[in-house]
Write a protein that binds this ligand. Structure first.
Ligand code: SF4
Length: 192
């Protein structure tokens, strides 16, 4: 599995690098943001992100793992009993910091700034930035930074396909971060 984990690490490094360039271009920062995107309910759609996140969770000490499981259980309960747009803090955020920062999923890396996607028919679809970006940054003078997500999605899809074939994994994959945490840590508890 190492070679797949290495590849997702490389894709994420490339995403982080272009995202940083976009933030610099816009002189926009997520630091101290009151509209923290870690409270957004994101669904993740690749098994490889769960395997990568598992690497990060493995590095937590016993108390950290226990806290992550307990927070994740609370978050799943809230998600299951609330409207889809409910805002509740991610179980992996402790005191405003991500406890698995190097291993966080893809959406945690690319949410926030405007982007574009190039489609097969050569058309380009544009996506807007987060709520705070749009309210603070949008002006006639704003110069667009072309953050093209296409290659990252293509590379992730290619990698995901290979991983699923390797593991004989079939079917849909869609989990929130809280659900991924429980899949990873509770399964490990059962094994131990
Ligand atoms: S995994 Fe980390 S960056 Fe992503 S939502 Fe959770 S705390 Fe925030």
């Amino acid at each position: 599995m190492d070679k797949y984990l290495q590849r997702i690490g490389e894709i994420f490094k490339a995403i982080d690098s272009i995202y940083d360039a976009a933030l610099n271009h816009y002189r926009f920062s997520c630091k101290g943001c009151a509209d923290n995107c870690c409270v957004t309910k994101f669904d993740h759609h690749t098994l490889i992100e769960e395997l990568f996140l598992a690497e990060g969770l493995r590095e937590l000490d016993a108390a950290g793992k226990k806290a992550a499981v307990s927070h994740a259980e609370e978050v799943v309960k809230v998600h299951n009993t609330s409207p889809e747009d409910v805002r509740v803090m991610c179980p992996l955020n402790e005191n405003g910091l991500c406890t698995v920062y190097e291993h966080r999923p893809m959406i945690c890396r690319i949410h926030g700034v405007p982007y574009e996607m190039h489609k097969r028919d050569m058309s380009i679809e544009y996506g807007i930035g987060c709520h705070r970006f749009m309210s603070e940054m949008l002006s006639e003078d704003l110069k667009y930074f072309p953050l093209n997500r296409t290659m990252f999605y293509v590379e992730m899809a290619r990698l995901e396909k290979e991983v699923r074939e390797k593991l004989n994994y079939t079917g849909e994959y869609s989990k929130t971060t809280a659900e991924m945490v429980l899949s990873i840590l509770k399964e490990n508890q059962t094994e131990n």
